[in-house]
Design a protein around this ligand. Sequence first.
Ligand SMILES: *Cc1c(COP(=O)(O)O)cnc(C)c1O
Length: 405
Amino acid sequence: MRNEINAHQISAHVSDQQSRNGSVCTYVYDLAALAGHVRAVVAALPERCRMFYAMKANSAKPLLQTLAPIVAGFEVASAGELAKARAASPDAPVIMGGPAKTERAIAEALAGGVRRLHVESVLELHRVAAVADRMGRTAEVLLRVNLAGPFPAATLAMAGRPTQFGIEEPALPEALRLARETSRVRVAGFHLHSVSNNLSARAHLAMLAHYRDRVLDWEHRFGLRCEVLNLGGGIGIDYTDPARRFDWAGFTAGLEDLVRRTFPAHWREIDFECGRYLVADCGRYLVEVLDIKRNHGVNYLLVRGGTHHFRLPVSWQHSHPFTVLPVERWDLDAPRPAVRGEPVTVVGELCTPKDVLARDVPLEQVRVGDVLAFQRAGAYGWEISHHDFLSHPHPEQVFFRVSQG
Ligand SMILES: *Cc1c(COP(=O)(O)O)cnc(C)c1O
């Protein structure tokens, strides 16, 4: 995806914010670029395959409204996300996961028209059946299975090793037995989401082939017919090299072949539920450099903002990529600190040494008053952060709807 917000839009926003607030701290989103990217992603999917948006990556209403007409629906993981999905787009299809669901959340899901629940344990299947029974309903579910792997290297692993997610394979017969005994749940198939941030199309295809083999085996062993298969999300974003991208064209070409040649026809619906890959690129986090200092041989850039707005880099222990937007204006009657041709470490306004956004990044020039634009900040950025630690003002959230560049 190209960076479609043009420099004029950003610099107009920066000078506007500087005159209003004195300093820049803003998430900017490019909704036109988002729509273009996701339209292309969806258009490349083969028959039977559908793309849901896993809204925990970013549940801002303008993003949901932009995505609703393009994706097959929303994947939510709480009643709160369900409410946000409904508020943004009342008729969008919704599917619901989450490792620990209360009876109340299950009841809200069934009452709120959620199409399918992804069930993560045998007890949860009992719970769904009990709630559905009270409501005089039958709940359609997929069983989320925590497979034994092996899985491709990715940043996060949800299966193939001990985690709290899904039903392990040895417990599957018990879940299927229970499902057969109650008319209140209907198992339509399986849900398999095992990794996050996988950057290799080939490895992702190999994982899906492994999923296929397991499901074929269960159909054979347990005498069941899978109709719906949810293959999860987990398509990656390269935070170390912004030029490198997941090979979606290669992936979907391989997927087309895999599905057409090897998925039985009665697997009528193949769902994906991606978060990061859909929205990471459309968001940028802009922060003004408030001070520059050298301590113990390291150049620190201290910015208006930090990990309480953008926890992703500290959560993943990476240096997040950014660019410098030069700002010429300088009003203070004092020399303007700058660093030229040396590495810098970017830290926030929090009183903790953990508040680091990027480390040892070589820069040609940066001055106090310039603005840093952290790229690929649209997924798991604001959404996962501890906003009120230290009670600094929240960033502005600006949504550009039209690209003019
Ligand atoms: C978080 C999550 C997703 C989305 O994962 P991405 O890595 O953002 O694509 C999909 N399914 C489930 C069950 C999840 O928990």
